[in-house]
Design a protein around this ligand. Structure first.
Ligand code: RB5
Length: 147
């Protein structure tokens, strides 16, 4: 599995923790920036990471800003993206199982690194349940496809 990563200055420090964790797990990723704590604009990095997932270049993505809100809203503007903002492990697991989320967003000013890495694990280890959820995910994607 290859992950697309993106963050702004508010998520930069937590992203370094996430990258170290992925390195330990031997999970491949492409880091689309930002690459420092210098103030920047989260839609730029949301777009780059989300397009890598939408195009199939990467399998899933993780994006982080201060709250996780701006970068998740931005990622969800890219067709084909289902980006879930999670601050707990249950939501991270269930958004894979029920929503087939292909991107995880977190807030670097919301969750500490210990919890964040557990959230990452929950997101990466869960698979889509399919079945009745397949219909709902298709209906969800029709909302953007039919616009
Ligand atoms: C940047 O200060 C902050 O607004 C951003 O990281 C994010 O929280 C926006 O949703």
């Amino acid at each position: 599995m290859k992950l697309a990563l993106g963050c702004d200055h508010g998520g930069f420090e937590l992203m370094q923790e996430v990258k170290a964790h992925l390195d330990e797990l031997g999970i491949e990723y492409e880091d689309f920036g930002t690459y420092s704590t210098e103030s920047c604009n989260y839609p730029v990095f949301a777009k780059a990471a989300a397009e890598a997932v939408a195009s199939g270049k990467c399998d899933r993505g993780i994006v982080i800003c201060g709250t996780g809100i701006g970068i998740s809203i931005s990622a969800n503007k890219i067709h084909g993206i289902r980006c879930a903002l999670c601050s707990d492990c249950f939501s991270a697991e269930m958004t894979r199982r029920h929503n087939d989320a292909n991107m995880l967003a977190m807030g670097g000013r919301v969750v500490g690194p210990g919890l964040a890495l557990k959230i990452v694990d929950a997101f990466l280890n869960a698979e889509f349940d399919g079945g009745r959820h397949e219909t709902r995910v298709k209906m969800m994607m029709d909302l953007e496809n039919n616009q």
